[in-house]
Design a protein around this ligand. Sequence first.
Ligand code: SAM
Length: 210
Amino acid sequence: MIPTPNLSHLTRKDYEHVYEPAEDTFLLLDALEADKDFLRRRNPRICLEIGSGSGCVSAFLGAVVGQNNSLYCCTDINPHASLATQATGQQNNANDHRRYRCLGLVDILIFNPPYVPTEVEEFTLGQQQVDISGAWAGGNDGMNVTEHLLRQVKALLSPSGCFYLVAVSQNKPVEIMQRMEQEYGLLSKTVLSRRAGREHLHVLRFQVQE
Ligand SMILES: C[S@@+](CC[C@H](N)C(=O)[O-])C[C@H]1O[C@@H](n2cnc3c(N)ncnc32)[C@H](O)[C@@H]1O
């Protein structure tokens, strides 16, 4: 069993501004661990996480696929989260996080998005305030931010690339998978699903080729 990354450097105060790892995060870690042979076989060089929050997921991915040959890049709309991610990378001996031009180069792409369906106003405010509320407010069907990324996934992925997406049932995961195949030829499967309180969470995996 791969241990959860050490987040002891993050405090209650940090979690006032940064998404604290929760059920969705841990389902994503479990999905990555379940896929560890698949991921290691791909020998990824560039891994990109969008919305990295605490940095827990990328630090875990580093433990799954190894630190030697891979570069881990993380982005987040929230500057508090970017700082937390950087500190988690250092705490867990992960590589520096840098911004790269990534078109066609990303071997593993990950997004645990703000997926909760909300009024458009709440979504817009969350994105504008770039603070903790932007971590969950997802607008219509909870898909506003995700839709933006879905249009770019195929262009970002390398020929052997894959993409992990967290979704709840209200996001209509089956429709997402059908659409990504019809529009971009991406193959997909549900790696894990789990009920967490009122949420029914799914981790979907998309790939360019078998
Ligand atoms: C549900 S949290 C997930 C955090 C972390 N990856 C995890 O699994 O614990 C969603 C993250 O996406 C970030 N986010 C929201 N809108 C974004 C956007 N437009 N671009 C990049 N990141 C965004 C939030 O700041 C937050 O850190």
